[in-house]
Write a protein that binds this ligand. Structure first.
Ligand code: TXE
Length: 502
């Protein structure tokens, strides 16, 4: 049988298999490079969410009681199968996001490691045995939460999902995923990988559909123990408040406005190498995008000159072509947001140094193309420096001393990531420690690993992905106290004192 995506109509993935939506409706997924329809996908709604949650509830007991080493074996097998199907996953991920193949081949190539890392964590994590006075053994167990819900975006569809799925599985949870309506294909296809790895039916379910419908139904569902969202900050507030009504746990990896801070002594070329990547990878559509380049005045002009020149040379083109460096934006809506902010930046008095328009040429007429854009002369109180644009736009700002650089970097409501560029090791750590950001890179940007905690301060979110922190966040603690004494259980002592609680 041809793979589902070759048939161009994809179902929901529930209880270990494909099925249509209860409503029978489908929606179109586009290829952003030319706005052609890539696939029709079943449009899930509240009824389908109910079915998926019920399947996950049925599967929970079996999976949560599966010993950690057996869970780890399934996860290792999933990693192996994913490696074997990598070309297919990369091709589909490129088609549905428009992101350059060179980026996604590198990104998806690492995802099997998440299953291996979290599988190993499930095997090795120990129950703690804190000291306790008297003849007692006191220990804690980490037990899974139950059925968890993942609401995921379109910019890194499989990476972001993997960051949530791997620790959920390792800890013994079952799950329902509501992927982005713009890029649901690889999350759906992952169902086949996990099934073939031996994951019991119903542990992993995917209901594609729209945020206000399937997403809200999942968020409100009383059978869900935790909702983990990656999306915009406004969506985060809505989802967190809906979840709060049921006291459902919430984790959110939300918006960002990451600063790259470059101190004197760093070669302008090194700053520009990094900025081209940090600002334009994923066509700027990432939550840790280096959207504010804060550069010491002594190197500012040299950095700007080289940045502008090299931004002009970035190769746009067919995202499936390995030579392509920058693909289109994901949707007409996302391009309209970028165009709006470029207008705002000009009205605010920033200087448009390069880009600021759509590329010309037949290849770019359809699809959601936009040129990499650099604004100089930006003040931190401008909207382009404060609000998440989520596109290929970088704002360059000069500074004179370390205090000013720190104030500029921290001067936003967001706090996801920052990078510090310096040759001075003391300055590197001193400044890193003062960054109000959950992730700080020194002489690097946007490096990610399954072992490194990932998440935001301030309005960038709640909770952590990756690392032991993520594993813990998919568990709840059960405390077990064992009375080792064989003395009679006496509630009242002879002298009448109440001793039981002492
Ligand atoms: O994201 P949404 P959108 C930011 C970025 C972007 C903006 C809007 O600034 O311009 O958000 O992008 C689901 N109940 N980020 O509209 O809406 C939705 O269906 C339940 C940053 O694409 O936040 C999708 O699955 N679910 C971000 C997911 O939430 C709801 C990545 C994210 O979509 C819902 C993406 C609701 N009421 C955008 N409304 C990052 N942190 O990387 C929406 N959804």
């Amino acid at each position: 049988m041809p793979a589902e995506h070759e048939q161009r109509t994809w179902g929901l993935w529930i209880d270990g298999g494909w099925r249509p939506a209860a409503s029978g409706r489908t929606f179109a997924v586009e290829n952003p490079k030319d706005a052609s329809v890539l696939a029709e996908v079943a449009e899930g709604g509240a009824t389908d969410i109910d079915a998926a949650v019920a399947a996950a509830q049925r599967a929970f007991d079996g999976w949560s009681e599966t010993p950690p080493e057996a869970r780890a074996r399934v996860m290792a097998k999933a990693a192996e199968i994913l490696r074997g199907r990598m070309d297919e996953f990369v091709r589909i991920e490129v088609d549905q996001t428009g992101r350059a193949r060179r980026e996604l081949a590198a990104q998806l190539g690492r995802l099997p490691e998440w299953y291996e890392y979290f599988g190993a964590l499930a095997r090795t994590h120990e129950d703690t045995v804190p000291p306790f006075n008297g003849p007692f053994l006191n220990y804690t167990r980490r037990v899974p939460l139950g059925v968890v819900g993942h609401v995921t975006p379109w910019n890194h569809p499989l990476l972001i999902l993997t960051k949530k799925v791997a620790p959920s599985l390792a800890a013994g949870n079952s799950m329902v995923v509501k992927p982005s309506e713009l890029a649901p294909l690889t999350p759906l296809l992952l169902g086949e990988v996990l099934r073939d790895a031996g994951l019991p039916d119903g542990v992993y379910n995917v209901v594609p559909g729209f945020g206000a419908d399937a997403g809200a139904a999942l968020t409100r569902h009383q059978g869900i123990r935790k909702i983990d969202l990656t999306g915009g900050t406004e969506t985060g507030k809505t989802v967190a408040s809906l979840a709060g009504r049921n006291l459902t746990r919430f984790a959110g990896e939300l918006g960002g406005k990451a600063a790259m801070v470059a101190f004197p002594g760093v070669a302008p070329q090194a700053v520009v190498n990094a900025a081209l990547f940090a600002s334009f990878v994923a066509t700027g559509q990432t939550c840790v995008q280096g959207s504010r380049l804060i550069v010491h005045r002594s190197i500012h002009d040299a950095v700007v000159e080289e940045l502008v020149t090299r931004t002009r040379t970035l190769r746009l083109g067919d995202p499936q072509d390995l030579r392509t460096q920058v693909g289109p934006l994901v949707s007409e809506r996302q391009r309209a947001i970028v165009e709006k902010y470029v207008r705002i930046g000009q009205e605010e008095g920033a200087t448009l140094a390069v880009g600021g328009r759509r590329p010309e040429g037949a290849a770019y007429e359809r699809g959601y193309w936009y040129l990499p854009t650099v604004f100089t002369g930006v003040r931190n109180d401008m909207r382009i420096a404060q609000e998440e644009i989520f596109g290929p736009v970088v704002c360059v700002m000069p500074f004179d001393d370390e205090e000013e650089a720190i104030a500029l970097a921290n001067g936003t409501e967001f706090g996801l990531a920052a990078s510090v560029w310096t040759e001075d090791v003391r300055q590197a750590h001193r400044v890193a420690h003062r960054m109000q950001a959950g992730i700080v890179w020194i002489n690097d940007h946007h490096r990610i690993d399954p072992a490194s905690p990932w998440g935001g301060f301030k309005m960038s979110g709640i909770g952590r992905e990756n690392g032991i922190a993520a594993y813990h966040e998919y568990t709840q603690i059960q405390n077990v106290i064992v009375n080792l004494s064989s003395a009679p259980f006496d509630w009242f002592a002879d002298d009448g004192a109440m001793k039981r609680y002492s």
